[in-house]
Design a protein around this ligand. Structure first.
Ligand code: SF4
Ligand code: SF4
Length: 102
């Protein structure tokens, strides 16, 4: 029974990854694309990194002011299968930092 609970928990985690994990996945796509480079401070800061640990993600999320420009410009936004939605995922990570630090 305990093992089953562990498997269910693991499946739930895989189905809805932590915001930092999801943001890191999206920024890997952005780092290859770079179309939004001039939109705000997030993208130049992103290009200086090759991978995105949770600390980096909290920093980058707090550079975002949720203007939405990158979502409107993005060719990989939903319904594309990449599902890139930077403002939403940054807001989720930012929300966590407010709970933890503010
Ligand atoms: S938000 Fe979309 S268009 Fe902008 S850099 Fe990322 S993948 Fe490219
Ligand atoms: S929503 Fe955030 S990441 Fe996207 S362009 Fe605006 S400030 Fe930059």
């Amino acid at each position: 029974m305990q093992q089953l609970k562990g498997l269910i928990q693991e499946a739930a985690t895989l189905a809805s990854p932590a915001p930092e994990t999801e943001a890191a996945r999206m920024l890997q796509i952005c780092n290859a694309c770079r179309y939004c480079e001039g939109f705000c401070a997030v993208f130049p800061a992103m290009t200086r990194r090759v991978d995105f640990n949770p600390v980096d993600m909290r920093y980058l999320a707090n550079l975002c002011h949720n203007c939405g420009a990158c979502l409107h410009a993005c060719q990989y936004a939903p319904p594309h299968e990449f599902g890139v939605n930077i403002p939403r995922v940054m807001a989720q990570v930012r929300g966590e930092t407010y709970v933890a630090y503010a």
